[in-house]
Write a new protein. Structure first.
Lengths: 372, 328
């Protein structure tokens, strides 16, 4: 036996609903869930996909400058998002539209930054959903700091369901290589903080496959930092929900951090500016289409729960209404005024910035016809 | 009631006063707990305020600032210590892309009242990365405010004001002046302190203006004293705030003296001196009798300590520059 000859066992993938829509049990993660609740999850998944698809279309029509689609990752996001309690805090990347949906953030709000009318524009504390963070992994440290505050506020391990608070932070397989993510692991472990690290391994960091990032399955990294890691079927909303619930419960009760690797697939391009045909094979996409996160729920509801077609028709109608509303509201988002760039740079504007603003206002006013 | 304190003790008193005044204030950094920081600025604070308010952080500058961001979102007011100037760069993204921008990104709906203390500058015979002056990087960044103190009284008032500020402040401490003493009114009210972002004329003079900040203010005053032997009466301004810059105070002085020399330890190219020179020529062009001159570090890496005294601006190099403004 040599050290380099040791082969770790193949990772276990927690799954509660097979790609064919068959409900299976996992000995460690039993999930008590009614068919009505599964119908509700189906609604989330279908509406998120419709919203996401509408945003991609809006980009193609020139209404958005860019869109980062979450196509294929709806279950990973909705499962985690629906495991949160009101008081919990989520720290997303820029692709967690499904989590935003679960936090009741209006999809139109998310479009602002992609249309270019703001750089974010929402209040993280209003829905306990942080601003989208574009620099990869930076938000995992924000989650750690927030969790330090939670612990200091005495909101961990009290046993009061409405008080104990967990922090859920998202990142991807690519960002797992970032220093900030690794620092976040270290801090969370050293202080036993109530953080759940939720890695959506969608197999691709733009054009780089996950093998470029890691020699071991990503969830295994947790053990080196001293907390549990687990891999789940990221296209199985029930597994995502069940395992996230357990991890968040353990965080709230003071047992410290967890790493969840939601094994999923980015069905679309990295963003609307990307061309995945340059670096990946269409066969791969076809394979993953058979593992679609929504089709399996639909199959379950039809075959095992006996849900009638009217239900699916009503969701389809609701999705269409949502798309229309989003389309109209997106087009109605107004461009910011040139002078607004000076607003909210500081809480207390500096004299020199106020002067720059005033000079620029004078300049704008100097054009013929200005101010009419 | 004034006491005579070192700058280090004045900074310590300011931190203590803020910890007492606001229970949302936290101190975090490497070795800030039992050790009291490598310069002892946080000496005794963990003992008196507890390990959850004076936090020994894991070794990671990005972690210190990144977690401060999360604490700020949660409603806290963190005061972060970066151990040495040259160690701030691993936190550069968190400072420049997160701390500086989140208030703006949220359309003003979340605040980042974070103070980042950085001991800076040379002259202490240190190894590499322990003597740098990185202030211009931060002064260049919108969303940050940047200040530096030159004496114990300012150290006390300016650090309290920085911590009380709802905007993020990068607070540069001139480490070679930590042990200099001065009178500090430790019972003074925060509201009575001079405005944080105003420069101060520390020596009135008629013939030429010398603008300095942080560690160079003492040196500039020494130069002004020496200049009297040549019959020259120098006005010395302590800039205090590097972002925003109190341009008005500098311009008024130049309108009186007609000559300006800007002094800092940082390399001259694209440094604070360049910005001040640009502003002065814009606003006081016809008052200038000579070009604005800069005295600063050369455009080299900060040198090995056995040659730093030659590299750093000193009294003679300031006087040489003053001479040149008169011989123009």
């Amino acid at each position: 036996m040599t050290l380099h000859g040791h082969v770790p066992p193949e990772p276990d993938l927690v799954q509660l609903l097979t790609p064919e829509g068959v409900r299976v049990e996992h000995p460690d993660f039993p999930l008590e869930i009614t068919d009505d609740e599964i119908k509700s999850l189906y609604r989330d998944l279908a509406l998120v996909r419709r919203f996401d698809g509408e945003a991609t279309a809006l980009q193609r029509q020139g209404e958005l400058g860019l869109w980062a689609s979450c196509l294929g990752q709806e279950a990973a996001q909705v499962g985690a998002g629906r495991a949160l309690r009101t008081q919990d805090m989520a720290f997303p990347t820029y692709r967690e539209h499904g989590v935003a949906w679960c936090r009741d953030v209006d999809p139109v709000t998310l479009l602002g930054m992609f249309r270019g009318v703001s750089l974010g524009g929402w209040n993280p504390n209003e829905n306990n959903f942080n601003l989208y963070t574009i620099v990869l992994g930076a938000q995992t440290l924000h989650a750690v700091g927030y969790a330090m505050g939670v612990a200091r506020d005495g909101a961990v391990g009290t046993g009061e369901p409405d008080r104990d608070t967990a922090v859920l932070t998202f990142f991807g397989d690519g960002a797992s290589s970032q220093g900030d993510v690794n620092e976040a692991f270290i801090w969370a472990a050293a202080a036993n903080l109530p953080v759940v690290f939720y890695c959506q391994n969608n197999q691709w960091a733009i054009s780089e496959p996950v093998e470029r990032q890691s020699r071991v399955p990503l969830f295994q990294r947790a053990s080196g930092f001293g907390f549990p890691g687990i891999r789940i079927d990221g296209n199985d909303v029930l597994a995502c929900l069940a395992v996230s619930r357990v991890a968040l419960d353990e965080a709230r009760s003071g047992q410290g951090p967890t790493l969840i690797e939601a094994f999923t697939y980015r069905m679309g391009a990295h963003t609307t500016s990307d061309d995945p045909t340059r670096y990946r094979l269409s066969e791969e996409l076809e394979t993953w289409k058979h593992r679609d996160p929504i089709e399996r729920v639909r199959a379950y509801l039809i075959r095992e729960a006996g849900v009638a077609q009217e239900f699916f028709d009503s969701i389809e109608a609701e999705a269409e209404e949502l798309a229309i509303r989003i389309r109209q509201a997106c087009r109605a988002l107004e461009d910011p005024s040139p002078l607004s760039v000076f607003d909210q740079v500081y809480v207390e504007i500096t004299d020199e910035l106020a002067e720059q603003r005033s000079d620029y206002a004078d300049y704008l006013a100097s054009f013929e016809g200005a101010g009419r | 009631m004034a006491s005579t304190l070192t700058m280090a003790a004045a900074l310590n008193a300011a931190l203590r006063e803020r910890l007492e005044a606001d229970d949302k204030v936290l101190i975090m950094g490497m070795d800030v707990g039992k050790l009291g920081g490598v310069f002892r600025i946080t000496d005794g604070l963990q003992k008196d305020f507890g390990e959850d308010r004076v936090i020994d952080a894991p070794l990671g500058e990005s972690g210190i600032i990144g977690s401060a961001v999360g604490l700020a979102i949660r409603g806290y007011r963190p005061v972060c210590e970066i151990q040495f100037d040259g160690f701030v760069y691993p936190a550069f993204d968190q400072i420049v892309s997160q701390v500086a921008k989140i208030h703006n990104r949220s359309l003003g709906q979340v605040r980042m009242p974070i103070t980042i203390r950085i001991p800076y500058g040379g002259g202490i015979g240190a190894v590499e990365h322990h003597s740098e002056s990185p202030e211009a990087y931060f002064a260049h960044t919108a969303g940050l405010k940047v200040v530096t103190c030159s004496n114990p009284a300012d150290a006390f008032s300016m650090l309290r004001q920085s911590i009380a500020s709802d905007d993020p402040v990068v607070f540069f401490e001139p480490k070679r002046r930590y042990w200099g003493k001065g009178d500090v009114d430790v019972t003074g009210l925060l509201a009575d302190a001079p405005q944080l972002h105003r420069a101060r004329v520390v020596r009135s003079g008629a013939d030429a203006t010398v603008v300095a900040y942080g560690p160079m203010v003492v040196t500039a005053l020494q130069a002004a004293k020496a200049a009297t032997e040549d019959g020259r009466d120098l006005e010395v301004i302590d800039l205090r705030s590097l972002s925003p810059i109190d341009t008005g105070t500098v311009v008024s002085s130049v309108q009186k003296t007609g000559r300006l020399v800007v002094v800092h330890e940082a390399s001259v190219t694209l440094g604070m001196g360049a910005e001040i020179a640009a502003r002065v020529q814009e606003r006081a062009f016809y008052s200038l009798e000579a070009p604005v001159l800069r005295v600063g570090g050369f455009d080299t890496p900060y040198p090995a300590s056995r040659v730093e005294e030659e590299w750093l601006p000193d009294v003679d190099r300031i006087l040489d520059a003053v001479d040149r403004t008169f011989s123009f």
